[in-house]
Design a protein around this ligand. Structure first.
Ligand code: ZN
Length: 263
């Protein structure tokens, strides 16, 4: 690529990033810190990666944002269970897009195809996890805890259902397929779909076992939050410092390791 074409692409990427971030901020998909983190990520990806890198992250960002707004009424019920609401802050953007950012960064310095594959795996895992939650809670079927298979309230970390698991596989496939449209091999399409899906299973498992969980001292419900019913919750299990964002990063790292093992 000549320098002037590259400069043009970076300027256009910056402009597109600004438009998307402003629209998302207005639609309340992102708060101010989330908008800033997304802008940096989008400039790197749109500016240096072109369509091949941009389409998969747009699929993740646009479809997941729209999904988080569907079934609003039903999701209202769970807003006291989840640590965070549908508005993403910088920590969520880093948890879901930080690894993607790392791989475009490495690719800018050394354009190895492997970085693109790992970029897709990290996005596939993030998308699988998001779709599992956003679609899973829409169905009335009672989920079960991944570790014990006992019936639990929907929305609790580690709760899995047939619909959520199906949505997770579909979410992983959507990212892998968007890469397949741009030169990915069929073998990698399958491998990325499976490792991304596996990442969301690990995510649920970590959510049920090592993620910090709390109980409200007023209403007794289980939650990821430190404050519930306006009072401090009691830490009941898992590591106190291990929140959902860190669990997301950890499970994406596992997906990447598995992909490396099989590729
Ligand atoms: Zn409470």
């Amino acid at each position: 690529m000549t320098d002037s074409i590259r400069t043009g692409q970076i300027l256009l990427g910056g402009f597109l990033a600004l438009v998307i971030v402003l629209l998302s901020y207005k639609a309340k998909f992102l708060n101010r810190s989330g908008a800033f983190a997304t802008f940096i990520l989008a400039v790197l990806i749109f500016g240096f990666g072109g369509w091949k890198w941009s389409v998969p992250i747009l699929v993740f960002f646009i479809l997941s944002s729209l999904l988080s707004k569907t079934g609003k009424k039903r999701k209202e019920q769970f807003k006291n269970t989840f640590e965070k609401s549908g508005v993403r802050d910088y920590a969520q953007v880093i948890a879901n897009g930080g690894l993607a950012g790392l791989f475009i960064f490495l690719y800018i310095f050394k354009p190895l195809p492997m970085y693109y594959h790992l970029y897709l795996v990290s996005l596939a895992a993030a998308n699988a996890d998001t779709w599992a939650t956003e679609i899973g809670v829409l169905f009335k079927k009672t989920p079960r805890m991944i570790t014990t298979f006992k019936k639990v309230e929907p929305g609790i970390s580690g709760a899995v259902s047939i619909f959520g698991t199906g949505a997770s596989l579909l979410g992983s496939f959507a990212i892998a397929f968007s890469g397949y449209l741009f030169s990915l091999s069929f073998k990698n399409l399958v491998l990325i779909t499976l490792t991304g899906f596996f990442g969301s299973i690990i995510d649920s498992y970590f959510g049920a076992s090592i993620q910090g969980q709390y109980q409200c001292t007023i209403c007794n419900s289980y939650t990821e939050k430190h404050i519930h019913c306006k009072s401090a919750t009691k830490h009941i299990k898992g590591f106190n410092w291990l929140n959902n964002d860190l669990v997301n990063i950890l499970s994406a790292v596992f997906s990447i390791l598995i992909f490396l093992l099989f590729s």
